[in-house]
Design a protein around this ligand. Structure first.
Ligand SMILES: NC(=O)C1=CN([C@@H]2O[C@H](COP(=O)(O)OP(=O)(O)OC[C@H]3O[C@@H](n4cnc5c(N)ncnc54)[C@H](O)[C@@H]3O)[C@@H](O)[C@H]2O)C=CC1
Ligand SMILES: CC(=O)C(=O)O
Length: 316
């Protein structure tokens, strides 16, 4: 599958690099309003292909996206230290108003995979723009990376505490990719056991203090990394490559992507993350996991915060 990436900055280039390293897709095209940057990134990443998976990696204009199966949208402003994701909304909505018509003109059949923040609202903005062009554009073909990255952070920190592989931990972060996200502790498991029972069994209990530290480690990750190095890119690069792999291989993998939901936690028409089944047609199913009372309330709060952001922009 040919993969297009619009936005060849930290996130777009890290995604392309991760795809080359994992052998995801058969060809990558980078597009950026800064042509020189796109050309330089494509050339640099192409030079890594002999060490990984040989595939063409090129830069081009929007017409070079023709026949892409997925187009990753990673263009726009990123957060400065201390800034929230939601503060980027107006600037990045304007950027997408410019980009998406060009993308869909070149690649009308492509699945749009949104990374730009605030990713949930940008997913909703993207679907709105796509539907102005094609009124029945399916919601499941405009996918936000959502909390796939936060879920990875949650698993990595739980695994570190437990001293096991993160691949043996199943745990999800739901809701907003942002400050109101919900760590779904009650549904987390390790080695086919509830994670707290597993932790007790190996004598590494998940005390209140440990849980609070992991919560802060997940929720505060972006702020901490941005303070240290100005932006985040490896985690999201890996997440985007993994989502594209699930699409191109029609895996039907369960991932916490964001799409516009008709209704979540009493809030109508809102994009946020729930566990989704992801395959070649995009998101083909949504799971509504059992949550405890506190998690249920937190998800409703998260949906309400996102609804407010969407209404402020006049797209909801
Ligand atoms: N969803 C997630 O989990 C994550 C999302 N992000 C978000 O990804 C986005 C990109 O971040 P970075 O790569 O760090 O920023 P960056 O500044 O390194 O790259 C953005 C690129 O977009 C390009 N661009 C801007 N306007 C454009 C337009 N109209 N047409 C074509 N290209 C345009 C710029 O030239 C630049 O190269 C930000 O919104 C950031 O917050 C970052 C990390 C994680
Ligand atoms: C920047 C961002 O959204 C993240 O690293 O989670």
């Amino acid at each position: 599958m040919k993969i297009g990436i619009v936005g060849a900055g930290f996130v777009g280039s890290a995604a392309a690099y991760a795809m080359v390293m994992r052998g995801v897709g058969t060809e990558i095209v980078l597009v950026d309003r800064n042509d020189d940057l796109a050309v330089a990134q494509a050339e640099d990443i192409h030079h890594a292909t002999p060490f990984a998976y040989p595939m063409p990696v090129n830069a081009g204009g929007y017409d070079a996206l023709a026949n892409s199966g997925v187009v990753v949208l990673a263009a726009g402003a990123n957060q400065k230290p201390g800034e929230t994701r939601l503060e980027l909304l107006e600037r990045n909505a304007a950027v997408f108003g410019d980009i998406i018509p060009h993308v869909l003109e070149a690649a009308p059949q492509a699945i749009l995979l949104v990374a730009t923040n605030p990713v949930d609202v940008m997913t909703q903005v993207s679907l709105g723009i796509a539907r102005r062009i094609t009124p029945d554009f399916p919601a499941g073909r405009v996918i936000g990376s959502g909390t796939v990255l936060d879920t990875a952070r949650f698993r990595a920190l739980l695994a570190k505490h437990l001293g096991i592989s993160p691949k043996s931990v199943h745990a999800h972060v739901l809701g907003e990719h942002g400050d109101s996200e919900v760590l779904h502790w009650s549904g987390a498991d390790a080695g086919a056991m509830p994670v707290s029972a597993f932790a007790d069994e190996i004598r590494r209990p998940l005390t209140e203090a440990v849980r609070a530290e992991i919560d802060q480690g997940v929720r505060g990750a972006a702020g901490k990394i941005i303070k240290g190095k100005g932006a985040t890119w490896y985690g999201i690069g890996g997440a985007l490559a993994r989502i594209v792999q699930a699409i191109s291989d029609d895996e039907r993998a369960v991932m916490t992507c964001s799409i516009v939901n008709p209704e979540v936690a009493g809030v109508e028409n809102i994009a946020l993350s729930l566990p989704r089944i992801v395959g070649v047609d995009g998101v083909i199913g949504t799971i509504h996991p059992h949550m405890d009372e506190q998690e249920t309330a937190a998800l409703a709060l998260s949906a309400g915060i996102l609804k407010e952001a969407v209404m402020s922009l006049g797209v909801g």
